[in-house]
Design a protein around this ligand. Structure first.
Ligand SMILES: [Zn+2]
Length: 301
């Protein structure tokens, strides 16, 4: 009996040790995406109560982690007057947290948009994969790097108004709290929680080949099939300008964008929490964490 119990104990401890070493609590990750994609938040369209609740939740998590911010109360407001000319003083809201680095004045910016399409007629577009998934992962990564101090400083930005023209990320690049030259890498996550082919794409290494080696290293360690591409290569898709990394890329800021192929629930009311793949999502988040740690460790002299 004793022998067997010890065996169970050692299996238990090495398993739990593995989880903490990997650093992403799957239950917590799922709790975050579930809340952000819940009907209560009504699809998080800009200027709505659901959007405000999402902001409040993200700020609350940032405070829990002990992040600080260059912006008052973690909030960077920006005008939406051009988009909503009939509204009085409409503004969008980016939520931005900062974790100081230990050994570099370079910055890794982690980015995910929290807005989605909201309510249209009777239909709620909850945007679980697009992009509660990216924000859930961003929160897990922020928690990780608040505990395990990175060499690079890190900025975690949950941006607004992506779906109506990348307006939040454009505002962030225009009013970034540090010179853009200090950004070593932008990691953008947009749709990372499901794939019928077990495939996650990494876009950007065609333009910024310094990220090929770390991407290939983490690819070899993951159960997910990581595909480098969708950068306008012959016969392929081109996601270079398709999400919030684009305004940074246009300024020459290096980026890697992680995302899955469009699926049957893309921009439909059926993009719900029930339709994500929890295991794929957890593995994708671990892969992205692994990549950031790889860059953070290797890019510092
Ligand atoms: Zn999206």
């Amino acid at each position: 009996m004793r022998g067997i119990r010890l065996l169970f104990l050692s299996v238990y401890f090495s398993f739990s040790g593995m989880i903490s070493a990997q650093g992403i609590d799957k239950d917590r990750l799922l709790e975050d995406i579930k809340y952000l994609a819940s009907p209560k938040l009504e699809g998080r369209a800009p200027l709505t109560e659901g959007s405000r609740l999402a902001q409040e939740y993200i700020v609350g998590r940032f405070k829990e982690f002990g992040l600080v911010s260059q912006y008052k109360e973690f909030v960077q407001p920006f005008s939406l007057k051009e988009r909503f000319p009939d509204k009085r003083n409409p503004f969008g809201t980016n939520v931005v947290g900062f974790a100081p680095g230990s050994a570099s004045d370079k910055i890794i910016l982690v980015l995910a948009h929290y807005d989605h399409l909201g309510k249209r007629g009777e239909d709620l577009y909850l945007g679980a994969d697009d992009n509660a998934s990216g924000v859930g992962a961003l929160l897990s990564l922020a928690g990780y790097f608040a505990r395990e101090r990175p060499a690079h400083s890190m900025i975690f930005a949950a941006v607004d108004a992506e779906e109506i023209g990348l307006l939040g990320s454009k505002a962030l690049v225009n009013d970034f709290p540090f010179p853009l030259e200090q950004i070593a890498l932008v990691v953008n996550m947009d749709m990372i929680s499901r794939s019928s082919t077990n495939r996650l794409y990494a876009v950007g290494s065609r333009y910024y080949p310094q990220f090929r080696p770390p991407l290939l290293v983490v690819k070899s360690r993951s159960s997910i099939e990581l595909v480098l591409g969708n950068e306008g290569e012959e016969g392929g898709q081109n996601w270079t300008n398709s999400s919030d990394h684009a305004p940074f890329h246009r300024q020459g800021v290096p980026f890697v964008y992680f995302g899955v192929d469009d699926h049957e629930d893309y921009h439909k009311p059926t993009d719900t929490f029930e339709n994500i793949d929890p295991d794929f999502y957890h593995q994708a988040t671990l892969l992205i964490l692994d990549f950031i740690k790889e860059v953070d460790g290797t890019a510092v002299p």
